[in-house]
Each structure stands twice: as structure tokens, then as C-alpha cells.
Write a protein that binds this ligand. Sequence first.
Ligand code: ADP
Ligand code: NI
Length: 215
Amino acid sequence: MQAYIDQTADYVRKQLANAEAGHDWWHILRVWNNVKLLLQHETADRITCELAALLHDIADSKFHDGDETIGPQMAGEFLSKIGVEASTVQHVQNIIFNMSYKASLGDVTFYSKELEIVQDADRLDAMGAIGIARAFHYGGFKNRELYNPNIPPVAHHDKESYKNTTAPTLNHFYEKLLLLKDKMNTQAARTIAKQRHEFMEQFLSRFYDEWEGNN
Ligand code: ADP
Ligand code: NI
């Protein structure tokens, strides 16, 4: 079983060699570590969780013209090729397809403990100091403004509006990052999320102070 994980880690590391920094191998490594941490507190199938963590961003729809099936498909082909049993392959594909924040704004049709864990692990990496770094990196990649006091954040209730926003990066904190602490599935993730949330609140408070020149 460990051999499947090792081979998958090798494959993902190579596939993501030139990936942008928000979704590169280091993101995968952090999510994988988060999964291992959460598994110390939760009962679930370890292999499925680790494989899904490793493969969850193998082909992000954001970088494939919005195609949300290409990631699960590539993951499935790889796992079948190395001999992982069909039911595990299917489960990993279901996790990848349903775990993203975007997917959770649409109709979620699949549920499992393993999905909960991998989703929490990925969401934790969008919070705290790393989450802040990733948000500004993504905003830079898209050439967004850091902040614009004239463009207020909006609540995205559907997937399309969330996906198509071009708002400044600071809005993303209100539209997603600050909402994550209440979306954690597991108790262990909720505890970690609380600290990361507080750090983001502190960051925002200083950001506005410095913006206004109140120092
Ligand atoms: P999703 O499932 O919402 O597409 P991801 O989990 O793939 O999101 O997001 C990857 C990273 O990019 C996260 O750290 C997320 O906060 C960041 N990100 C996504 N959209 C934006 C945005 N509009 N502005 C800034 N950062 C963003
Ligand atoms: Ni991810």
C-alpha cells in the first residue's frame, strides 16, 4: 500500500514541476501533511485520504478552461495504471471532484469521511499566513488590485459568480477566506482553523491601518 503512495507522490511531484506557486508541489506537501495530522484524530481510510490529497490539484479546472472533469480523470487513469483497486480509484475521483470550494457552492452529490478530511486539509492551506501569501500570489497572477475601497466584497451564493469575479484580492478574504473557519468538517481542523483565522483578522486590521496611514 505504501508503494502506491510513494509512486503517486513521485508522479505528482513531476507533474507539478512547473506549476504556479499557489498549487505547486509545496501546496500538495502541506495538504498531505495536514491530512496526516487530521488522521491522528479521525477514523478513516488512510490510503484513500493520502492518495486524494496527493492528486487533488493534478489538473485544476482554473487552469484548464474550467474543465472540472480533467483532474479526476487524470487521477483515475494514473491510479488504475499502478494497480490501485477500482473502488479506491473511484472514491479518490469522487473526493477530487467534490472537494473544492467551488464544488461546495454547487450541488454536492457525494459524501464520505475521507472527503471531509481531505477538504479540511486543503482549506486549512487557504488560511493563515500561507493563505494570505497564496491569495496575493493568485491576485498577482491575475493582475488584480490589492485592495480598492470603492469595490465592496459580495457574497457569492453560486459557483459561476465566485468563479468569474475579478475583484481586488482583499475582497477574497470576505468572499471566502474568513468563511472557512465555519466550514470545517472535523473538530481537529476547527481548532487549527481558529488560530489561522485570528491571524488573518490581525493582518486585515494592520492592512487598513497602514492603508489609511494610521500608524
Ligand atoms: P477553489 O476551489 O475555490 O477554486 P482553490 O482551493 O483551488 O480554490 O484556491 C486556490 C488558492 O487560490 C487558495 O489559496 C485561494 O484562496 C486562492 N484564490 C482563489 N480565488 C482567489 C481570488 N479570487 N483571489 C485571491 N486568491 C484566490
Ligand atoms: Ni488544493
